[in-house]
Write a protein that binds this ligand. Sequence first.
Ligand SMILES: *Cc1c(COP(=O)(O)O)cnc(C)c1O
Length: 859
Amino acid sequence: MKAIRRLHVRTVLPDALSPLHDLALNLRWSWHPPTLDLFESIDPVKWQECRRQPMAMLSSLTPADLTRLEGDAGFVQRAREAGEGLQRYLSEPRWYQREAQAAAGDDFSQAFAYFSPEFGLTAALPQYSGGLGILAGDHLKSASDLGVPIVGIGLFYKSGYFRQRLNAEGWQQESYPVLDPDDLPLSLLREADGSPAVLSLAMPGGAHLDAHVWRAQVGRVPLLLLDSDVETNDASRRDLTDRLYGGGGDQRLQQEMLLGIGGVRALRLWSRLTGAPEPDVYHMNEGHAGFQGLERISELTQAADLTFEEALRAVRASTVFTTHTPVPAGIDRFGINQIGQHFGGAAELPGVPLTKLLELGAETYRGGDTGVFNMAVMGLRLGQRANGVSVLHGAVSRGMFKGLWPGFDESEVPIGSITNGVHAGTWVDRKVFDLATEFMGPHAIQDGTAFSSVDQVPTDRIWSTKREMREQLVAETRTRLRKSMRDRGATSAELGWIDDVLDPDVLTIGFARRVPTYKRLTLMLRDPERLAKILLDEERPVQLVIAGKAHPADDTGKRLIQEMVRFTDDPKLRHRIVFLPNYDIAMAQRLYPGCDVWLNNPLRPFEACGTSGMKAALNGALNLSILDGWWDEWFDGENGWAIPTADGVDDERRDELEASALYDLLENNVVPTFYDRDEAGLPTRWLEMLTHTLGTLGPKVMADRMVQDYTQSLYLPAARAGRAVAQRNFEGARDLAERVARLRQAWPSVRVEHVEAEGVSDTPQVGETVRVRAYLALGGLSPEEVTVQVAFGRASESDELTEVETSVLEPVESYEGGKHRFDGELALTRTGSLGWTVRVLPAHPLLASDAELGLVANA
Ligand SMILES: *Cc1c(COP(=O)(O)O)cnc(C)c1O
């Protein structure tokens, strides 16, 4: 029989158990072990069947279960206390209230909107494909812990990202299990009359796309997820949000329209229905959400009667853009015709002419493609503040995008960096959590003190905990491998060997990540015999656990996985090396703690940051990695090992050299250090490195540090800038737009005509001052509309200046024909081979950096 209708009958909890509902609906359980313990205590067997997901657990309770629980006074009391604990967590002042808000006084910001195409919060909500999504999830969780008033915006993908299996040949198979929102910690945003709230977007050909909004609650942070599976949409539109990164072309573009434009509309609905404040700042986590800026420009042209240029100035002030990848293929680009179909003619957003829109995404730099609309480039043009995700990635991004700010030195390109972090509460294993609680109290992990005071924990306890976690991983690996081998067609009778896979006393190395080419999954297979020898060493063996998903359309990645799987299938090796299908948060939470070494060998500098190594480090693993992303910044010689990069050779040779360096490090450093034991059987040197890692890296890699950095260096300045442009009916935005127009028009005639210097001796010495006088043509601009600087720095052989410092020249005299004299001083504060020049820049109090408008006239 087949059902003709589906319905979801919800459990009704008796009053005494009502706290369970709030506890299950708030995703804080995903990083709060005591809440999970409470649900597990209801019925440990059922708990496993429900995949340790509280909402599913509640749905599964029978009336008899409820009667039993209601009569259990101890349980009722624990549930009540847990509920009160959650309420306290949600209402008490936290870091933001205590520090940031206190410092800002009445001017504090009430909401920061955080847009992301993916969110990785828990394995139960597979709305992520990899690092970008996990980072977004960790960002929300830390914002919650810190009290930072973020509201997240994303899409609800009913089939999420795919589940990975292997076939007999080791080829990746994808499946897309459908999620039932009723069994998940989600609630539908509803109008006052109880009907689901709907928002709508114009589509090509006069069509519409409607969407519902699901709300997930991540501790204190609401997360709004837009869902196109609405009855008023036709079948193909209903499926628009079915999968994360599912289709290409139009589906991808329309998903991003829903995320950006629909996302802003969802925020407006959210404010109207709940009274929540409108966001002060809009943060785009990667370019996918860039269309949010267009919707806001459109809103301002309608509601505040601004021109496109004025609205653009206002939107930029309150927008933050984070770029996440230096890999060209990772950057979202659409054809300009495709953009024309979706944003031109009848589909035009009011106040956003197609020509203006196309200018925002145009690759107007050398090597750019004129037929293409680039979402990262649009992000940079829509956000007055922008950053990469590690120091190295910030530098690489400045190099990549410097063409958007011609005339400026790469170091002045206005893209900074904030290094990613990871949410300790989510990623620290329960056993580490318990150990920290035993020695340092229950809050030590959450507040980070567990890491800075790791010395208080005896090293033998750290070591025995590490063994327990390895044991946990061994058990988990065998279970997963058995299931995978069955999927691949093996019978139970053939799988006896799995009982001997991995050993809790053997040095364990982990390698798990998505499988784009630059991550080089198979680098370790360069010399298979040498690897086999390392694994099979009788005295000092090594074991490797490997996992990773290739994008469904990426056959190259699937071939790499197959190559790896075939290697791990070898009966001589299979007890020491395994490939586990379906890398996800649940696997990651077991994998990192069980590893002694976390391996990463990307092609430098394509790993923007990387976070898995941070999660491993928080669980007492040492990193063995190419100096890329975060590791380039924080490797200190004591916290692991750096695989040297072979620059300046062809790719083949480079792989060869770097693989060989990897084997050398394993054979000569990693393995001997691990197996060098004292009388008590402890690896003294290893434990030194491990405690050093926990103590010094621990505090740095925390997402709390990252969210504090975002709040202080980007959100609060953007909120202030946003308020400044908006005052007195957007006077600032109007004034700035007018100035920008004047500057752009006059700039071709702005010139440094003549420079005089006085006071330079024949043998200049540090401490001397040079008096500088510059004669300029300003093409009709007044002296107040520009800044004139003397720029001073190290001079290369070709006279290029680096490490530039600047000082300002002041207007002294004006002459006929738009000529002006500016005077000032240059202090020779440095020694060596130096040089200086004079330059003219735009001036306006609402500009955030010298390079912002890409206008400069150098002498
Ligand atoms: C942390 C994590 C990632 C990202 O790891 P990288 O180091 O950035 O490759 C990907 N997938 C899962 C499941 C993770 O937990």
